[in-house]
Ligand binder design. Structure first.
Ligand code: ADP
Ligand code: ZN
Length: 210
């Protein structure tokens, strides 16, 4: 199954993407993680992306489209994949169509702006492997330490409140129109984000059966 996860920053796309990929045994492609990884390892692409990320802006379409095209061409995507954080603009969605990629389902995780702002302040990510946690809703077993790799958990620079507000603005202007885009194609399934991550996961996995 080829799946897109849509939703505001901080809606919990990344967490749900992991659950779906465990459930269906398909890879997750997170453009945010790929870009942050490029940043950490200091590649040319990472250097270009840095200022966009820090300001809460989107990285230019041609850059992310290139990343996704390359990633989807790899063998492990043959039996399906979960796209987390892509597409984020109409031109990105059109690029997928032009690549001949057929999407089965677009799961739209909806969370109110106020909740996003509150959640982001508690979000922490593993400095080493990029896994995502929340100090209230999705705690690691040991505070400040990654369950998966024992790396240190840190707050993302773009999770600071002012940047979050900018990211929400960008989301409403550039990403939200994708709801209608996929609604028209009959692919959109809405999942209301719940306070407890486990409840959202239950609804997300149920949405795969619709
Ligand atoms: P979130 O979903 O919490 O906003 P992500 O980790 O998905 O965070 O993305 C972080 C940042 O990476 C975005 O704010 C943006 O700058 C960049 N980015 C990720 N995916 C895309 C994309 N599809 N198009 C443009 N920029 C992107
Ligand atoms: Zn880790």
């Amino acid at each position: 199954m080829n799946i897109i996860l849509l939703g505001a920053p901080g809606a919990g796309k990344g967490t749900q993407a992991e659950k779906i990929c465990e459930h269906l045994n398909i890879p997750t492609i997170s453009t945010g993680n790929i870009i942050r990884e490029a940043l950490r390892s200091g590649t040319e692409m990472g250097k270009k992306a840095q200022s966009y990320l820090d300001e809460g802006k989107l990285v230019p379409d041609e850059v992310v489209i290139g990343i996704v095209q390359e990633r989807l061409a790899q063998d492990d995507c043959k039996n399906g994949f979960v796209l987390d954080g892509f597409p984020r603009t109409i031109p990105q969605a059109e690029a997928l169509d032009h690549m001949g990629v057929v999407i089965d389902k677009v799961i739209d995780i909806q969370v109110a702006d106020e909740d996003v702002i509150q959640r982001m302040s508690g979000r922490r990510i593993c400095e080493k492997c990029g896994a995502s946690y929340h100090m209230q809703y999705n705690k690691p077993q040991v505070e400040g330490v990654c369950d998966k790799c024992a790396g240190t958990l840190v707050q993302r620079k773009d999770d600071h409140p002012d940047t979050v507000k900018e990211r929400l603005k960008v989301y409403h202007e550039q990403t939200e129109p994708l709801e209608e885009y996929y609604q028209k194609k009959g692919k959109l399934v809405i999942v209301k984000g719940q306070e407890d991550v486990k409840d959202t996961t239950r609804l997300t996995l149920a949405a795969l059966e619709v």
